[in-house]
Design a binder for this molecule. Sequence first.
Ligand code: ZN
Length: 83
Amino acid sequence: MAASFRCPGGQYDTNDHGGTSMIKQELLDILACPKCKHPVRLTGDGNGLICDHCRLLYPIRDDIPIMLIDEARQLDDWEPGME
Ligand SMILES: [Zn+2]
């Protein structure tokens, strides 16, 4: 299996300004963190989904959310006041 894991450069934008997302709200509503079953939310740049509970970032590739714990990244640079 040639699954290439692309690591987007730079920092993740966690601001919620919306508008640029390719993921529809209806899809977001049914998506949940596979680890804790909490709802996830889009990152500010729309390139990932964040579980605030686990502080995991799930990638979005080709507009498809990858809701796999193995693919998620731990958010260690959490900004205060975002919750
Ligand atoms: Zn979670």
